[in-house]
Design a protein around this ligand. Structure first.
Ligand SMILES: *Cc1c(COP(=O)(O)O)cnc(C)c1O
Ligand SMILES: [Zn+2]
Length: 425
């Protein structure tokens, strides 16, 4: 197989051919996909990408493969697409007012086919599995990666094996993995334990690992930034804010935007702010101390970012630093309050997504992000991924959490006076 890219270790710079199935360097470091320079000029690339918006072909309609010259130039016949992307960029004035900026736009990645941004990376990961003739794919997941992988593997008629932490997975996500037919293994341990095991299982069994340690997942995820720039008519905002868990998404966002900049597609790279949960903040600690990342025991109700030993931390930090960005963290209380505001704006997203808005509020208060800055936030997952947290919040039943913006259901007797009293009460 001949491909136009190669892989390079981000620690020791060892290179590997682009057709390798390995997801780590011999030294243990993670790998980057390194592309050949794009031969099309920036202005022409913009025209090419904009022109595809009028096409009906799935690979042009996909918000990932529309940008294939920058994402991953593979032969069309191999591509497994739903097609993903094309998520809305909402103007959110009520959320902007709450966080203290003049204007805020929210890119809702929960509007992807399986309900999270993970579909952008997964279409690339499963496409590579097909390209190599792999029969089975696997991942460890806090939920959304497994939902996405199960959906794409089913579409491509591949086997799917999912490793999830026992009991700490939102119901919407677990039900998707089961529904799409993935073999679902609940590990008696946390995500970090599941992640360690899945790498060993894949090595032993010849299964293709599609966690975001897989460098091709990151290539697909780059398209979040590319599509966002296209939504903005290629006008670069000052800041992009997004949540960080295993840190593949923030790593991909910067890689895609810096490659787009090098190709002349955009005239600068926006600053990137990564927001972690205070109970799962190893990147914040590494950022603050300047020391290598020390794993933590993660605890947060935002289960999608309940990760203590993120595999892509070096790639993520590289992007934050290069973009002049920042890393911060927010408490669970701040996350659920931000979520209530996002939900009430009619946009709505799962808890981890709303770390974006909570983090933005904190950074504006601290004077890091100016009130007149142009800011885009990424909402990563759909509100129905985690209905339990929504209902418990509004009923005031989340342990240790104040339901500041509660909207509880009203129970009343089945007669008109009682209903009227409930209505007016
Ligand atoms: C996976 C996920 C995240 C974290 O993304 P990383 O790439 O692991 O940093 C955040 N929010 C949601 C909803 C997710 O599914
Ligand atoms: Zn190496």
């Amino acid at each position: 197989m001949s491909v136009s890219w190669h892989l390079a270790c981000i620690d020791c710079a060892t290179t590997y051919g682009g057709d390798t199935l390995r997801v780590r360097c011999d030294c243990g470091g993670v790998l980057d996909v390194v592309h050949a320079p794009v031969s099309v000029a920036g202005g022409q690339l913009r025209e090419l990408f904009d022109g595809r918006l009028a096409s009906k072909a799935p690979i042009d309609r996909s918000g990932v493969w529309r940008f294939r010259e920058l994402v991953l130039p593979v032969a069309q016949a191999h591509i497994v697409t739903k097609p993903e992307g094309n998520t809305n960029l909402y103007d959110a004035p009520s959320v902007a007012a709450w966080v203290g900026v003049g204007a805020l736009r929210l890119k809702h990645e929960g509007e992807n086919p399986s309900g999270s941004f993970k579909d952008r990376g997964m279409t690339a990961g499963v496409t590579m599995a097909r390209l190599h003739g792999m029969r089975v794919v696997a991942c460890a997941s806090t939920g959304n990666t497994s939902a996405s992988m199960a959906a794409y593997a089913a579409q491509a008629s591949m086997g799917a094996v999912v490793f999830i932490p026992d009991g700490k997975i939102a119901f919407g996500k677990l039900s998707q993995a089961l529904a799409y037919g993935a073999k679902t293994i609940q590990i008696r341990g946390d995500f970090d334990a599941a992640m360690r095991l899945v790498e060993e299982v894949c090595d032993a069994e010849g299964i293709y690992l599609v966690n975001s340690i897989n460098p091709f997942r990151v290539e697909g995820q780059k398209a979040i930034g590319l599509e966002l720039m296209q939504d903005l008519d290629w006008n670069v905002p000052d800041w992009i804010v997004l949540p960080g868990g295993n840190l593949g998404n923030s790593a991909a966002l910067w890689k895609g935007l810096s490659e787009a900049h090098a190709a002349g597609l955009i005239d600068r790279v926006p600053r990137i702010a990564v927001v972690q949960a205070a109970g799962a903040n190893p990147l914040v600690r590494a950022w603050t101390t300047g020391a290598p990342l020390e794993p933590v025991a993660a605890e947060t109700l935002a289960t999608a970012i309940r990760i203590g030993n993120p595999v892509s931390w070096k790639k993520s930090l590289r992007g934050v630093v290069a973009s002049g960005g920042v890393v911060t963290d927010v408490t669970d209380q701040e996350i659920v309050d931000a979520k209530a505001i996002v939900d009430r704006a009619g946009i709505a997203a799962e808890p981890a997504s709303c770390a974006t808005v909570a983090g933005l509020k904190k950074l504006v208060s601290a004077g890091v992000i100016a009130p007149d800055a142009t800011v885009c936030g990424v909402l990563t997952g759909h509100v129905l991924k985690d209905p339990g947290t929504v209902v418990d919040y509004h009923r005031g039943e989340l342990p240790g959490i104040l339901s500041t913006y509660a909207n509880p259901p009203v129970v009343c007797d089945a007669d008109l006076p009682s209903v009227l009293a409930a209505l007016r009460g």
